[in-house]
Design a protein around this ligand. Sequence first.
Ligand code: CO8
Length: 372
Amino acid sequence: MYQPALTGSGVFTPQQTITNDELVVAFNAYADLWNEENAGAIASGACEAMAQSSSDFIVSASGIEQRFVMDKEGVLDPKRMFPRLAARTDDAPGIMAEMGLDAARQALAQAGRSGEEIDCVICAASNHERAYPAIAIEIQKLLGAGGFAFDMNVACSSATFGIQAAADMVRSGSVRRALVICPEICSAHLEWRDRDCHFIFGDVATAVVVERAEDAQGAHFLVKGTRCATEFSNNIRNNNGFLRRTRDQMEDRRDMQFMQNGRKVFKEVLPMVSAHIAGHMDEAGWSAADLKRLWLHQANKTMNDFIGKKVLGRVPEPGEQPNILQDYANTSSAGSIIAFAKHSDDMAPGDRGVICSFGARYSVGSVLVERA
Ligand code: CO8
């Protein structure tokens, strides 16, 4: 058995941002257009007028201030409200592969490794741009990596589930060095015309290198334990699968994009995640006093404040539970890894932390790490 370690991390950040104010201007213009088009039905009481969105609500309900996106213009066009991502030919790199490759190269540089030294690539994300061939195999080829590659999807928990799979393979010796890559184009699965959720998501890609601790070239984190759990729920759902795309079902259906009952998610996920982290730490003999940092999934600031307080038994000190969602919004599986990549350099040997992601299905995954 080998000791697995996280030896590098990387974040690809798109060049375009949308602030809450820009988003709200576009949404409200769309709502005005919709209300104009449906004026008769609204006047007769057959439907309700669409209400306006507000930046103040977005910040107070979520903590989000802006998001990065792959295409701003299409999202902010009130007659479109959807990114324009041009279709590519089959011999050009896919957009998810390109984003993932950038994050992977950053992670490899930090680990002091080259693509050829990787023998397992996992592309772990909420949505994949095609059914097959796997995005991970495309990235494997672009990197010049050997071994094998596969895609997996556990929605927002994909990163920690991917790290568990990679760490287990490194531990057993079946692979020497793996990359877990999370490219998320949430903007293409979000209904930007739905006031209740139009502000939630952004685009990004992250990557981590998982390898034997004895092979590490520089500063690294030992993976001291991983734990994954799932429980079925319909409160976060996207029905867009190939069976739903038969010719008789091609109409514009709301359930073909991200759907959630946000309030229920909020209430049901919080106790599940807090108990999961506490149980995992208990099993490893870790106490709250041992924890230097919590890198949580980035969906909602109130949610993270609650989990941080529950796990530590007190209000976290500034920096103990870093949030990045004010800048990136919810980036699904990538959120906890962005927080880890941007807020872990200052940790000293022996310092301990927990990476935890949670989300649809429901799912929760935690990774206990210790700075070597
Ligand atoms: N502007 C102004 N007012 C608004 C707006 C708006 N945009 N939206 C809603 N309101 C109003 C409502 O009308 C309501 O008014 P009233 O009380 O008069 O009826 C009021 O605000 C309160 O509404 P809510 O109760 O819905 O507001 P909350 O305070 O609960 O906040 C949130 C809503 C932010 C959605 C919150 O419930 C939340 O964050 N929940 C958890 C979300 C979460 O964690 N989801 C996880 C999903 S991510 C995941 O698992 C991955 C899925 C795959 C990703 C795919 C990419 C797309």
